[in-house]
Write a new protein. Structure first.
Length: 452
């Protein structure tokens, strides 16, 4: 495989369109969770939510509690929403029928605390005394006695339940989690955010010039007023000066290292390279950036995209990346690829010797992060959905416009970038694999093929 830096036609702009999750999908989600709950032998499932850790909660209710905390408690016959002052009224909009219970301590500091009922008393009234209870936070632990929800909630549960275990795997286990695969409606729903991120990254890359500020680039990255799944990054030169992780008024100069990242529900796009026209614009110690880092990295991205298939193990994909981009030399340590959904990183089946099988309906990011001493960062992260023929037929039938967009993106990757992605890949964004290591240039990396 030969990677070359050449003039490349830019991807066509998409017009991201929202798709609402259907009642059938919400019913299916509830059934998936309850069946796994029953298989695990839980009498009750307690699901924690705050703004940063609310995706499992949102998977069933359709919303997050923004600036408050909440618990969703699923029992055999009834589901309860325990919420603070400003979210208890959201019970009426919940996609899953719930009985609301006000617990003021879940509210913001110094709000009125009407009715100081203890949390353990609320649990008792619900009926979890001496029952087997699973608690879902947002992390997976091998030791099910560990919990990643606030201690005071766990202690209240311990005072009431008979047996308490971490049950987050019900949602995000890369082998069996309810959330790791998506139906046609869910893929169309998540494609909106992934496409929005792609549009933002393309606008920002196209606008890179000497004299533009980080904040101007940040404005181009963000879109449609949607809440990001990660902190938006537009960073020129030295990053995190004065511990600031957001875009600043810093001006982009020729030769600056440049990082751009934006993500929403369903996908993220990230690019790292230089505000340069070629390697001649780089600092002396970085002159070999294209040949020594960017091209080997892009070869790994192509390898990932050309080899990922349903039915393969995550360990096999990991080994392929290790072979073309050895971790010992390129110093990557995170999983080279992961699942995403409402959050940017759901879980990952891609790790050394992983036996987790890649399945139709998974949405995955190609996320490989080298860190080679002496060189600035390199990144061309994006996302795809794995979809077998049956799932693609359902998408084509229900969402013909989105299906056509998927086909155009796939054809672009094959014909323009030379990447032989399989028929199972649905590119979630039009910017997928479009990588300009020197962002003042119109050239991008591509695979040189004799038949293209």
């Amino acid at each position: 495989m030969k990677i070359i830096w050449k003039e490349v036609e830019e991807p066509e702009c998409d017009c991201p369109k929202q798709v609402v999750l259907s009642e059938d999908t919400m019913r299916e989600r509830k059934e998936k969770v309850i069946s796994r709950m029953d298989e695990a032998g839980y009498d009750y499932l307690v699901i924690y939510c705050d703004l940063e850790h609310g995706a499992n909660f949102e998977y069933l209710t359709g919303f997050v509690t923004r600036f408050e905390e909440a618990l969703l408690i699923i029992g055999k016959d009834k589901t309860y929403l325990i919420a603070g002052n400003e979210n208890v009224n959201k019970a009426e909009i919940s996609r899953m029928p719930v009985e609301p219970i006000l617990y003021p301590e879940f509210s913001l500091p110094n709000q009125p605390l009407k009715g100081k009922e203890k949390l353990e008393d609320i649990f008792g009234k619900i009926g979890i005394q001496d029952k087997r209870v699973g608690v879902a936070g947002w992390k997976l632990f091998e030791d099910v006695s560990l919990f990643d929800v606030p201690c005071w909630i766990v202690e209240s549960l311990r005072q009431t339940a008979g047996r308490l275990e971490n049950a987050t795997e019900i949602f995000i286990s890369p082998e069996t989690g309810a959330r790791i695969t998506n139906n046609a409606n869910e893929i169309a729903h998540y494609e909106y955010g992934a496409a929005l991120a792609s549009s933002g990254i393309l606008k920002a890359m196209k606008s890179v010039r000497e004299g533009i500020s980080e904040t101007e680039l940040g404005t181009l990255l963000n879109g449609h007023g949607q809440r990001g799944s990660v902190v938006t990054i537009a960073a020129a030169g030295k990053r995190f000066e004065h511990a600031v992780i957001y875009p600043t008024e810093k001006i982009v100069k020729k030769g600056d290292a440049l990082s751009l990242t934006v993500g929403y529900k369903g996908g993220l796009q990230s690019r790292a390279g230089f505000a340069a026209e070629s390697g001649l614009d780089l600092p002396e110690r970085q002159k070999g950036y294209l040949e020594e880092l960017a091209i080997p990295y892009f070869k790994a991205v192509v390898t990932w995209l050309e080899n990922i298939r349903t039915g393969m193990s995550g360990g096999m994909l990991y080994s392929m990346i290790e072979e073309v981009l050895p971790a010992g030399k390129f110093c990557w340590s995170l999983n080279p690829g992961h699942l995403c959904a409402d959050e940017e990183w759901l879980a990952s089946p891609v790790y050394k010797e992983s036996e987790a099988v890649l399945k139709s309906g998974m949405i995955l990011q190609f996320d490989i992060i080298p860190s080679v001493e002496g060189y600035a960062g390199v990144s061309c992260e994006g996302g795809i959905a794995l979809a077998d023929a049956g799932l693609q037929e359902k998408i084509k039938h229900s969402y013909p416009e989105k299906y056509e967009t998927f086909m155009k993106r796939r054809e672009y990757m094959r014909k323009i970038l030379g990447i032989r992605v399989s028929d199972e890949i649905l590119p979630m964004g039009n910017a997928d694999a479009y990588y300009k290591p020197f962002m003042l240039s119109t050239k991008a990396l591509a695979v040189e093929r004799a038949d293209i």
